[in-house]
Design a protein around this ligand. Structure first.
Ligand SMILES: NC(=O)c1ccc[n+]([C@@H]2O[C@H](COP(=O)([O-])OP(=O)(O)OC[C@H]3O[C@@H](n4cnc5c(N)ncnc54)[C@H](O)[C@@H]3O)[C@@H](O)[C@H]2O)c1
Length: 312
């Protein structure tokens, strides 16, 4: 299979924008397709801000940034965006019905050699592939948010994905500076998300059951691992609606009550408190409490201020 020349990313939201930028920054002609004008505008701003950050930090010069911008074009029309693409990466919302509908459109609009990938966090390509007639050229290609800080991608086959498809995408992943990790057996959650799923489920239930606060879970995590974000801060960053959708996929698959997203998550989503993007989730933004260096040391324990605890 020849090297790719043109990559199309469908969905210019949080992840699609990053995938598009990563491809363009590593030399690919890249098209980003989104139905929403507001999403396209926001995506362009994210790209400009990120390229400016790289210039400010000496990672790029201005001419390199202009070259990246020139390789990255935006479309509202799917047919125009995918025309001549060797690889299409779908990054639209986490819903099987809309992903299947899009794959059927992509199958009709692209050359039969074009490889179609989904960036879905929890939907296996085997649930989407029958919307197409190219079972050998479809796969899961799962990136992680903040690609440049977490440069890896999990590659997972459907029922008939060919070795040539995996090899071509593997090479492309290396060319765009991300480590390809092949998942040998179909798994909801791939490799790392299986680990992350266990952490989410346990920490959400720990707080929902009243064992402790989400702040204490995050403090424990941050002190133990040395990381700057705890699980709840990370969920806020990803978006609580996205987390809830993903948890519901696991729940539908297992039908086990312990996999159901608990009220501390679903209530926030119902209120529209979706995390960083709405200014409120488990924490409030732009200045969440956990960024204060004193926060890790704990707050004043309520009983400490009560006269009944005066031991003198
Ligand atoms: N958010 C994350 O950290 C993350 C990480 C890995 C994978 N993912 C996966 O990536 C996918 C996208 O997630 P996101 O967080 O970027 O979502 P998002 O809501 O930020 O972006 C989705 C975009 O798709 C657009 N869209 C919807 N239908 C479309 C269509 N038919 N054609 C073109 N554009 C369309 C929307 O306008 C929106 O801009 C999901 O499958 C999610 O599971 C997300």
């Amino acid at each position: 299979m020849r090297d790719f020349q043109h990559i199309c990313v469908v969905g210019a939201g949080f992840l699609g924008t990053q995938i598009g930028l990563q491809c363009a920054a590593h030399g690919y002609r890249t098209t980003l397709v989104d139905l929403s004008a507001a999403a396209r505008e926001k995506s362009q701003q994210v790209v400009t801000d990120e390229l400016n950050r790289r210039i400010a930090e000496g990672l790029h010069d201005a001419s390199e940034s202009s070259a990246v911008q020139a390789r990255l074009t935006y479309h509202d029309d799917l047919e125009q965006g995918v025309s001549s693409a060797d690889l299409v990466i779908e990054a639209i919302p986490e819903r099987l019905d809309i992903k299947r509908a899009l794959f059927a459109q992509l199958d009709a609009l692209t050359d039969s050699n074009t490889i179609l990938a989904t960036n879905s966090s929890s939907i296996k390509i085997s649930a989407i592939e029958s919307a197409t007639e190219r079972l050998d050229r479809v796969l899961n290609m799962h990136f992680y948010g903040m690609i440049w800080d977490r440069p890896m991608v999990e590659l997972m086959r459907g029922s008939a994905t060919s070795d040539a498809t995996i090899q071509a995408v593997y090479r492309c992943a290396q060319r765009i500076g991300v480590t390809p990790l092949v998942v040998d057996r179909e798994s909801t959650g791939f490799i790392f998300n299986r680990v992350w799923r266990a952490i989410k489920r346990e920490t959400l239930h720990l707080v929902n059951d009243g064992v402790t606060s989400h702040e204490n879970v995050d403090r424990a995590w941050m002190i133990f691992t040395g990381m700057k974000l705890g699980p709840f801060a990370l969920m806020d960053r990803i978006g609580l609606d996205v987390i809830c959708d993903i948890e519901n996929v696991y729940y539908r698959e297992s039908s086990l009550e312990r996999d159901a997203p608990p009220p501390i998550l679903t209530d926030r989503v119902a209120r529209g408190d979706l995390g960083c993007k709405t200014g409120k989730g488990f924490y409030t933004y732009p200045n969440p409490a956990f960024e204060d260096p004193q926060w890790l040391k704990g707050e004043v324990y309520p009983l400490m201020e009560s006269p009944s605890t005066d031991l003198s």
